[in-house]
Structure formats: C-alpha cells, structure tokens
Design a protein around this ligand. Structure first.
Ligand SMILES: [Zn+2]
Length: 320
C-alpha cells in the first residue's frame, strides 16, 4: 500500500520531475565542420539519464570507443545549428573535441571533482596512489585556425623526393578525428610507426603536387618528415591535456600520468540493469511517476529522490 504522505505530495513532485533536466551549454575547443563548410561549435549537453544507463548495461566492456560514441550521440542535444546530432557526426569530431565533450558529460553527470587511483610508474614501487582533482584544472587549448585544411612547409632536410628527384616541401592536411583514431586503434598496440603512417595517409590531402597521396607515397616519407608533419598536426589541433602530475607518498617521487577519463567515466556509469529497474520501480511505486519520466531523470537526481524517499519512509515507520 502507498503511504498516505506520498499522496499528499504527489502534485508537487509530479511538477518537479519535468523541471530537473539541466543542460550545459559551451563551446568546443575546435568545432565541427559540416559538409557545406559551416563551422558548428556551440554544444547543448544533457547529463546521463536512466535511458543511457540501460543501454550502457548491455554494452561489452571492450567496446569503449563505440560506447562513448553512443553516450555522446544520446546526450549531445545540439551542435551549433545541427540537431539531432547523429553518431556519424560524433565520430567525425576532432579528438580534442571528443575529449572535451567527455569532460563536460562527466561534469554534468557527477560534478567536476575526480577521485581516482593510479599506479606509481616506478618499477620497484608500483604502489597505488590516490589522486583528487577538478576537471576545471585540466588545461584546454582552443585551436586558433579552424581549418579545415592546413598548409605547412617541411624543413629542407625533411623534403619529399619526387620520381625524378624533385624536392617538395609543402604539405596540406586536415586534423585527425575519432573516426581516424578508431581505424588505427587496432594497429597502435602492435606497431606505433605503422599506426602513424596510417593516420598520415588519412589526414594528408596534398604533398607537393600530389593530391590525396595515399599510403604508398606516405610510406616513402622519411622518419624526419613524418615527425615534422606529426608535430604540425599537434600544433594546429585544439588540445585537452589529460596528463596529470601526481606524487607517490610511498617512494616520495613525483610522476606524470596519462589519465584515462573514458575508462574511468564508463566504470563510474556502469549500473547493473537489476539495480536500475529496482530504483525505477521504487520511485514509480511511491511517487506514481511513469517509467518514461523516471528513465529520463539524470542519474544523480534519481539517486537523490531515492535518498529523500528512503529517509522519509524511515521517519514514517519510526513515527508509527
Ligand atoms: Zn612510488
């Protein structure tokens, strides 16, 4: 039986459930260049709700990239003039823009503080080190030139030789996207040099007089030329620096550690479907909200209502 007090509050609570969705609005450090050439930078992002958690519970843990694409596609409500935003567009975002969206999604869902554990990298120590930081402290650099194409000159030593010995130094490229990252991800672990060559083949649009030079030409680039082009790519791209400075109290050494925010966030989000459905049932039973309404609540909000409800039920049962 529904306790009497919940009926008394029903109107007020029903009114509130529609107001809780809070969206964050911000600019991407790079931006999405649509096929018509227009640049879209302003994002409207909603926090994670029960709907995404339900889908997340069914995802394989090994498919982190695809899972994040699914979450972002669902939570990015608008990108400039583009709405809805398809998974293809999310995949074509610049790498730093995707990192930035992940940062913002984490903040919208759980707040900006991150408490995590990393491992001390020193071979003889390897102790677990607690880190505690704010997402606001992560350095973000917007790109000045929004491209989409960039032309740079290689040093004379890095010049590319044509078939008759001509020397070419001008290179035109676009910036890498998460789609590129996805494609090269299976190569990166085995062979970093090959992964870079594959990435360059996708991003380089012109080398001297050669348009879309392709993997064979890229293969003939000297290691110095590849290194210079990689540096130009990095300098032109927006940056989200997820390298953290940490201190190990055990061996008293400082170290820098790349923080895998994606893995951390996906682990935080993972709720079992069982628990999710029990929470939905609990709220539906006492507040008389529909399943649809409860599943669209951001998770923190849902948990807060559950905590308030549990407290109230405790008080009622003590009063009896
Ligand atoms: Zn240590």
């Amino acid at each position: 039986m529904t306790p009497r007090w919940s009926n008394r509050r029903r109107d007020k609570q029903e009114q509130r459930v529609h107001e809780v969705e809070t969206q964050a609005t911000f600019l991407l450090p790079g931006g999405y260049r649509a096929p018509d050439g227009e640049l879209h930078r302003e994002v409207e992002l909603a926090p994670l709700s029960g709907r995404e958690e339900e889908r997340l519970a069914h995802c394989e843990p090994s498919t982190g990239g695809a899972t994040l694409t699914m979450l972002l596609t669902s939570c990015v409500r608008r990108l400039g003039a583009v709405s809805p935003v398809s998974s293809d567009i999310v995949r074509r975002l610049l790498i730093a823009d995707r990192h930035y969206l992940l940062l913002k999604l984490r903040e919208a869902t759980f707040g900006d503080r991150v408490q995590a554990t990393v491992q001390c990298p020193w071979e003889e120590c390897r102790k677990k080190v607690d880190i505690d930081f704010s997402l606001h402290d992560i350095p973000v650099r917007a790109s000045e030139d929004k491209g989409p194409l960039y032309t740079r000159e290689l040093s004379p030593a890095a010049a590319f030789s044509g078939e008759r010995g001509e020397q070419y130094r001008e290179v035109t490229f676009r910036l890498p996207t998460s789609e590129d990252q996805e494609v090269i991800s299976h190569v990166v672990e085995d062979n970093e040099a090959q992964a870079l060559a594959l990435l360059l083949a996708r991003c380089i649009r012109r080398l001297g007089p050669l348009h879309d030079p392709g993997p064979e030409v890229i293969h003939r680039l000297s290691p110095l030329a590849r290194m210079e082009i990689e540096r130009h790519l990095e300098e032109a791209a927006p940056q989200v620096d997820l390298t953290l400075a940490a201190y190990c109290p055990e061996c008293e050494r400082e170290f820098a550690v790349p923080f895998d925010l994606r893995e951390f966030f996906l682990a935080e989000c993972k709720t079992s479907c069982d628990l999710l459905y029990r929470e939905v049932h609990y709220l539906a039973y006492h507040y008389h909200w529909s399943e649809q309404e409860i599943m669209t609540l951001p998770r923190e909000k849902r948990r807060k209502y559950i905590a308030v409800l549990a407290e109230e039920l405790r008080r009622v049962s003590h009063a009896v």
